[in-house]
Design a protein around this ligand. Structure first.
Ligand code: GLY
Length: 417
């Protein structure tokens, strides 16, 4: 099959890698230096119509769209209009992620458990409401902010600053939410709108500093699988995944692609933190190396409305992703830092998230730069391998979290097998 992958980060590198492993020819736009080693990278305008034209010109059998911005811009709609199967939600269905105020209202309409919240489009009203809420208070930008639109405000001043920042943008909307406690887990489901297959549950680490402190990032590292019992998973599907898919169908926007349920396992049960409309990043870099079946075939089947969940299979074992971020991230990240990468061994992978060539030198370009991934029979061993590999990367001033897995008591140790 000829697969066109849209995007150029670590998630798309993991998607390209999974399609190559299954033996497909892969094209990617805009791609990145890591992707270019595995796929034909093509320059193209990021407009939905131009990307759909590219898919037609290149004879793509299926298009897999990575980032939410392309989904929100209607790439899937444009591909479908040209008869090209595309894996991902339509623009209307991508609203589940792209408009957090709408998404919260959708959860209420369909009885999906989530944090108590109020949405505001007037700053003064949001400030007045925030002033009367218990702390910490979750302040969310209702629009897309690359994972950085959320502040856990622990003081009134922090809540006010976050709200003022959101309302600097025209047409802004803010969502104020009760703070939930518990373990956070990412549930990803491949779906054709009706049938779905769960990917192994994973846990991202969203703040920049260890101990879950500091500002929010797009994600600093992932462990997979996150331990959940079969009955936990059954409840999560019954209370969140299934009503979401049913609700989207009932509202006339069947959701095809990856439904990402960001969950908090609270003392009163699982509650949705957010829905996303695509593979998580860096969750994809942890989950896809464990996929034993053919991602491109699943994408094509889902796009055609014929996903066979029983065909989606995984290897035994675990994986860990350590993100190496540039100094300054998630604020202004230093750019152009020289990178020297070791050669990964089988079961290891360095996915490029924000890199570029400067002449013959690979350099950083972006905040999250590399997603260093390892698989192993156990989570402890996967973490140990991923950290050992990360330590062999030469990247001056790189930021990384050394406490991945600590929340669930897993430590990076080599366990005898
Ligand atoms: N890892 C968080 C996200 O993809 O939104």
């Amino acid at each position: 099959m000829r697969v066109l992958v849209v995007g150029g980060g670590g998630r798309e590198h993991a998607i390209v890698d999974a399609c190559r492993r299954a033996g497909h020819e892969v094209l990617c736009t805009p791609g990145n230096p890591g992707i270019a080693a595995q796929a034909r990278v093509i320059a193209c305008s990021p407009e939905a119509e131009a990307l759909a034209d590219l898919a037609v010109q290149e004879g793509a059998d299926v298009v897999i769209v990575g980032p939410e911005v392309y989904l929100a811009a209607g790439v899937v709609d444009a591909c479908r209009a040209r008869g090209v199967p595309a894996f991902g939600p339509t623009r209307a269905a991508a609203r589940l992620e792209g408009d957090k105020a709408w998404s919260k209202a959708f959860m209420l309409r369909h009885g999906i458990p989530t944090a108590a919240h109020r949405s505001f489009d007037v700053l003064a009203e949001a400030l007045a409401y925030a002033a009367a809420q218990p702390l910490p208070l979750v302040v969310k930008d209702a629009g897309l902010r690359a994972g950085k639109g959320v502040t856990i405000a622990r003081s009134r001043a922090e809540a006010e600053a976050a709200l003022r920042d959101i309302f600097t943008q025209p047409g802004a909307q803010a969502v104020l939410e009760e703070f939930m406690t518990g373990q956070e887990v990412s549930i990803l489901a491949l779906t054709d709108g009706e049938r779905y297959a769960l990917l192994p549950p994973s846990q991202d680490h969203k703040t920049i500093f260890e101990g879950d402190t500091g500002p929010m990032t797009g994600g600093m590292g992932v462990i997979c699988p996150f331990p959940l019992t079969a009955s936990d998973l059954e409840r999560i599907c019954r209370e969140t995944v299934e009503p979401a898919l049913r609700g989207m169908r009932a509202e006339g926007h069947p959701f095809t692609g990856v439904l990402y349920v960001g969950l908090m396992l609270t003392p009163s049960g699982p509650k949705v933190v957010e829905f996303n409309a695509r593979f998580g990043d860096p969750e994809a870099e942890a989950v896809l190396p464990l996929l034993a079946s053919d991602l491109a075939q699943h994408a094509l089947d889902a796009a055609r409305g014929r996903l066979d969940p029983s065909s989606v299979r995984f290897h035994e074992g675990a994986s860990a992703v350590v993100i190496l971020a540039a100094p300054g991230y998630p604020g202004e990240a230093q750019q152009g830092l020289p990178l020297h990468l070791p050669a990964p061994q089988p079961g290891e992978m360095i996915y490029h998230a924000g890199t570029a060539w400067q002449g013959t030198q690979l350099v950083s370009r972006g905040g999250r730069v590399l997603a260093v991934t390892a698989t192993a029979p156990t989570l402890n061993a996967a973490l140990a391998r991923a950290y050992a590999l990360a330590d062999r990367v030469e990247f001056p001033g790189a930021q990384l979290r050394r406490d991945l897995g600590a929340r669930i008591g897993v430590r990076p140790e080599v366990t005898p097998v």
